[in-house]
Design a protein around this ligand. Structure first.
Ligand SMILES: [Zn+2]
Length: 120
């Protein structure tokens, strides 16, 4: 399970972004990450690791939200773009197996939300 390492990586990147923008880590309410369906990251593990990794840090009140990006591929034969896992990995148009990954391997920090002014 490498999710804990990924969680630390998220913390590191969020800290860098916060610093660049003059934000205090304790002001961060929510961190939204995008994870591709075909990446090796398991969103559930990521969410499970988050509280353990942030406990006792300035980021402990921040919530982690994981958005899954559907794996899409483009058929090498006919160019059809289709959902890879839903179509049994083969092209629904021509039945070919050869394809190029279009999306689904992402791992991005999409959004960092801060607590509203005056909110506890
Ligand atoms: Zn095809």
């Amino acid at each position: 399970m490498h999710e804990l390492g990924i969680v630390f990586e998220i913390q590191k990147r969020v800290s860098a972004v916060a610093e660049e923008n003059g934000l205090a880590l304790s002001d961060i309410a929510q961190v939204v990450v995008e994870v591709g369906e075909a990446s090796t990251i398991v969103p559930r593990y990521l969410k499970e690791c988050w509280p353990a990794a942030t406990d006792g840090t300035e980021m402990e009140s921040a919530e982690l939200v994981v958005e899954l990006i559907v794996a899409r591929v483009s058929c090498k034969k006919c160019g059809t773009v289709y959902e890879y896992l839903k179509n049994d990995r083969k092209c629904p148009n021509c039945g070919a197996w050869e394809c190029v990954m279009v999306s689904g391997q992402e791992f991005n920090i999409k959004e960092i939300a801060v607590f509203e002014e005056g909110e506890d």
